[in-house]
Design a binder for this molecule. Structure first.
Ligand SMILES: [Zn+2]
Length: 313
């Protein structure tokens, strides 16, 4: 009773208090209207019932995390076919990579995260396999890929598909759509596979041969290894040597070329848990190493200097 009486008293506002409330409402609603509705670098946009997050950027880099989602809405049935295992914390890792690139270049990469758990949708498969035909899952799948498409304005964007693996060898697996068998080949026969790889777009801008770009000291694997992250392919591990290896999937294939079929660069990056994904500190450490490696890689092989590049409008 006593509490109720206090509540009633506190609800009685003076004319001055009412004016303050009215003004606060007026300014707050005014600010709400000014919220940007168009893409703004570094600012998250959520679509498909908040299951897809797109952070637009100005760097020619698109980072996507299709398998790190955590949402399990009851209205979407669990997928019954295909792989349904989540790549734990690959969403957080993708965000760290974007942040590390921003610290280094003062510009934002494009970042696309699927927040729906993989048991509900797989955005690294074709639409039917990834959704089982469910309409709500399809909405998420479409929004994920529409976000990537809207980020790729020139067709010369480095595309990174961020994943996590649990293979026995705790090394970073870089997928360029070349199988473990194909990676066993020597320099001469490897060169004939360049067009099948997802880095064939560097052929016109790089002064190095295909093998160097793929697994030399200036390849992404070579650069990551020099910073303490064992990788394959790389100078130390030119091929998986009989160990399990992910060579790249639907997204890396799809986004290695633009709509006109012009090739650039796409890489599936499969990260081990230990030392890379397992703590905030390790995710940051790996993200720094990858960001630095990307800057060196794109400068050397694509003639892009991210440290001096002006923001695109
Ligand atoms: Zn994955």
């Amino acid at each position: 009773m006593h509490a109720d009486r206090d509540k009633c008293v506190s609800l009685q506002a003076s004319p001055a208090q009412l004016l303050v409330i009215a003004l606060t409402f007026f300014f707050c609603s005014g600010l709400a209207e000014e919220k940007p509705k168009t893409p703004h670098p570094g600012q998250s946009l959520f679509t498909a019932n908040d299951t897809v997050e797109y952070v637009p950027g100005t760097l020619p880099i698109v980072i996507a995390a299709p398998h790190g989602g955590r949402l399990t809405p009851a209205n979407i049935p669990d997928r019954t076919e295909g792989v349904v295992v989540t790549d734990a914390d690959s969403d957080l890792l993708a965000r760290e990579i974007a942040e590390a690139l921003h610290r280094l270049t003062r510009q934002h990469a494009h970042l696309v995260i699927c927040h729906l758990k993989r048991s509900k949708v797989d955005c690294n498969r074709d639409a039917l396999t990834g959704t089982g035909g469910n309409a709500a899952a399809m909405e998420t799948w479409q929004a994920f890929h529409d976000s990537i498409e809207s980020a790729r304005t020139t067709g010369r964007e480095l595309y990174l598909d961020i994943h996590g693996h649990s293979h026995p060898q705790p090394r970073v697996e870089l997928g360029y759509q070349l199988s473990a068998e194909q990676l066993k080949q020597s320099r001469a026969s490897l060169a004939t596979l360049e067009d099948r790889s997802t880095i064939s777009g560097l052929g016109t801008t790089s002064h190095d041969g295909f093998e160097e770009r793929l697994r030399g000291s200036s390849s992404l694997g070579g650069l990551l290894e020099s910073k303490g992250f064992p990788s394959v392919p790389s100078p130390t591990n030119p091929d998986p040597a009989g160990q399990p290896y992910f060579s790249g999937g639907f997204n890396a294939e799809r986004y290695s070329a633009n709509a006109e079929g012009e090739q650039f660069v796409a890489v599936q990056i499969e990260c081990p848990r230990d030392g890379v994904r397992d703590s905030e500190q390790n995710r940051k450490r790996f993200a720094e190493a990858l960001a630095e490696s990307i800057v060196v890689f794109l400068k050397r092989h694509a003639g892009m200097d991210l440290l001096t590049q002006q923001s695109r409008p």
